[in-house]
Design a protein around this ligand. Sequence first.
Ligand SMILES: Nc1ncnc2c1ncn2[C@@H]1O[C@H](COP(=O)(O)OP(=O)(O)OP(=O)(O)O)[C@@H](O)[C@H]1O
Length: 222
Amino acid sequence: MGSEIVWLSRVSKGFNDGDKYHQVLDDINLRLGTADTVALTGPSGSGKSTLLNIIGGFEFIKQGQLYLNSSNTSSWQDKQWSQFRRQHLGMVFQQFNLLTPLNVKDNIAFSLRLNQQQWTPWCDYLIEQLGLEEVKHRSVETLSGGQQQRVAIARALAHKPKLLLADEPTGNLDEKAGQQVMTLLTLLARESNTAILMVTHSSECAAFMKRRWHLEKGKIHE
Ligand SMILES: Nc1ncnc2c1ncn2[C@@H]1O[C@H](COP(=O)(O)OP(=O)(O)OP(=O)(O)O)[C@@H](O)[C@H]1O
């Protein structure tokens, strides 16, 4: 084993669909190294979100092994999963899961506090770079979809995670904002050695990542 942050070995996953079994991932092997950046593409329903959910511990596997930070997760209990997520994982999913009574700054500060971390100049930098300066004291429920997406991105990056899982992180953004987000993500990967696995349908966004994985019919092609 090398310095992978994520290693999947012979992972299969499927779901029962009525009386049929639908195989989504078929004997997948993949490695994501420190500071690796990967664009994950594939047709709708090919299993991209399922793969992210497995790596984040939201879907469990019965076949194959998942190693995170060189540790085999098959023996992990809830405690280890929450510790890994708090300390090392940033997630931007299609639903932003923001805390709606709170304002922008408090949403970011709340997730830092969960991990006993303080607000740092990096957080101010994120707010500025993501164009959230003017709305930072506004309740997130009053923001547009694109603004909420940028808050979700700031929150996911605030603790400089080792691994960022992002599902269409620029889906609600216009081209300029999308490019700014991609520039930020690449900067983060370089500065903090963060590995990024990002689902995207945009070839412009995919071009910011070093590698590309295409998922189709249960298999990953690089
Ligand atoms: N919890 C679940 N129970 C049953 N089937 C599921 C579950 N999660 C995913 N699936 C099925 O697994 C397949 C892959 O879904 P997934 O959401 O991972 O695809 P995707 O590539 O992310 O799609 P999209 O690009 O449309 O978001 C789909 O056929 C979906 O219906």
